[in-house]
Design a protein around this ligand. Structure first.
Ligand code: AMP
Length: 505
């Protein structure tokens, strides 16, 4: 059996002449081009001194060449290490010092600064790649033969390290093996019925698991084609939609599309599947999208460390506000966060998962790794959840977002759902901030619809009819929008900082 990620992807590649990718400005890349260019890229990396297991750190804009670089890395037996383009030089220094890559590829504009970082002293080469797909690494690849003999890799060898966003403490490098990535792509192709006829709208970033692995690996494994956009732009996505069959998105893609006058049944008539993940999709967004298009968004749940864990069904009910069922091969249980004991169905606890999708551990952090796995091999995700009577998994929030007020546990999602149901409210976030009497004070941050006026005490009075007193927000603040990261996640850590002094004094 072939074991390496690339061999398992390429085993299903279609004819060399078939389009793999088309860019917004009309550039076409065929599967034959992809195979040849990634071979040249692998050759260039080996010539730069990359040996099996070496890390190649990459901080570049989204371009087809960045995908060629990803595949070139895995074919050369290297470990691909993509970095968010938003990271500062100081953050880059940390990642380079921690991962000790052999090669760093960055934008030409930051080459000088990267090369002179003290942490980069041991790096063999700092190469460049710009947003247009040009750079020193592409020039080097051009001089190499296309027929590279892939460096053999075992199923358990690393293919990539992705640093988690790390809202507290140091960012951790999740070690993903060849089999973690390949097995998850195989499952998703089947579960979501991807075929070579699919045309995927790709508007996600490619330094994150969603755009790089869920979208790209799945599409590659099916031998489909993609419409490759530098970023999400509702006008552009709607213009391309009649030519596409599928889109993978974060919830903000869907709220922006719903707000666009161009979204309707006709424009989405050729689409067979819209998926959402990386952050919770409001049930209301699910319903509004269906009203406008007739499509029920398929919500799924995963994380950098585990790839995809659950999905709503392809056939059967896609239940709004849930992330569906464990995927084939994934064992999932809801456990007591303190003891790890499995909880009865219907109770709220932390999701723990085990399966071929689950990562190998955190890079050079054996204690952190040990702390996040149970002795029987289940990984503690930190996502608080419950499973309903029909087996659908409902995510309630992150364990670290749980509020303990006066000794009582308050799940933010429960309070947020009540606020979101009020007329005039777009959305809300509920966080705990230090409170001198209660330990933490429940605090709501609310976004109102344009023109809506609701007073703080009105929100509190309405919640009082619905929720136990200890769950009521002690303060309610109104803001024009919630802080979100590029994957659409509400940054609760930012809110906790902003409102940290609310109950002081
Ligand atoms: P990341 O590692 O950046 O992909 O973030 C993973 C985290 O995103 C998970 O642990 C969840 O907290 C959250 N997440 C991913 N998908 C969903 C979803 N469909 N609903 C709610 N939260 C999600």
């Amino acid at each position: 059996m072939t074991t390496s990620l690339y061999a398992r992807l390429a085993a299903r590649f279609p004819d060399a002449g078939k389009t793999f990718l088309e860019t917004a400005d009309g550039r076409m890349i065929t599967y034959g081009d992809l195979q040849a260019e990634s071979g040249r890229m692998a050759g260039a990396l080996v010539k730069l001194g990359v040996k099996p297991g070496d890390r190649v750190a990459v901080q570049v804009s989204k371009s087809p060449e960045a995908l060629v670089l990803y595949l070139g890395c895995v074919r050369a037996g290297a470990v691909y290490l993509p970095l968010n383009t938003a990271y500062t030089m100081a953050e880059l220094g940390y990642f380079i010092g921690d991962a000790e890559p052999t090669v760093v590829v960055c934008d030409p504009k930051s080459r000088e600064a990267v090369a002179t970082l003290p942490e980069a002293a041991g790096v063999a080469a700092v190469e460049t790649l710009d947003a247009a797909g040009a750079g020193s690494i592409v020039d080097k690849a051009a001089g190499e033969p296309a027929d590279f003999a892939d460096v053999p890799r075992a199923a358990d060898d690393l293919a990539a390290i992705l640093y988690t966003s790390g809202t507290t403490g140091r960012s951790k490098g999740a070690m993903l093996t060849q089999d973690n990535l390949a097995s998850n792509a195989e499952v998703l192709v089947d579960y979501w019925r991807f075929t070579a006829d699919d045309v995927l709208i790709h508007a996600l970033p490619i330094y994150h698991t969603h755009g790089l692995f869920v979208a790209t690996n799945t599409l590659l494994m099916a031998g489909g084609s993609m419409l490759f956009l530098p970023k999400f732009d509702a006008d552009q996505v709607l213009a391309l939609m009649p030519r596409a069959t599928t889109m993978m998105g974060v919830p903000t893609f869907y709220t922006r599309l719903i707000d666009h006058l161009g979204l309707n049944r006709e424009v989405s008539a050729n689409m067979r599947l819209f998926t959402s993940g990386s952050a919770p999709l409001l049930a209301e967004t699910h319903r509004a999208f269906e009203e406008k298009t007739g499509h029920r968004i398929l919500e799924r749940y995963g994380m950098t460390e585990t790839n995809m864990n659950t999905s709503n069904p392809y056939d059967g009910e896609r239940r709004a506000g849930t992330v569906g069922f464990p995927l084939p091969g994934v064992s999932l249980r809801i456990a007591d966060p303190e003891t790890g004991a499995e909880l009865p169905q219907g109770e709220i606890g932390v999701i723990e998962v085990k399966g071929p999708n689950v990562f190998k551990g955190y890079w050079r952090m054996p204690e952190k790794t040990e702390a996040e796995f149970r002795p029987d091999g289940f990984f503690i995700t930190g996502d608080v959840s419950m499973i309903d009577a029909d087996g659908y998994v409902h995510i309630v929030g992150r364990a670290k977002d749980l509020i303990i007020s006066g000794g009582f546990n308050v799940y933010p999602k429960e309070v947020e759902s009540e606020i979101d149901d009020m007329d005039g409210v777009v959305e809300s976030a509920v966080v705990g901030v230090p409170h001198r009497d209660f330990g933490e004070g429940v605090t709501a941050i609310v976004v109102l619809e344009g023109g809506a006026e609701i007073a703080e005490d009105e929100v509190q009075a309405r919640l009082k009819e619905r929720l136990a007193a200890y769950k009521l927000p002690k303060r309610v603040f109104f803001v024009p929008e919630l802080p979100r990261n590029t994957m659409g996640k509400v940054q609760k850590n930012v809110l906790r900082e902003t409102y940290a002094d609310t109950y002081k004094g």
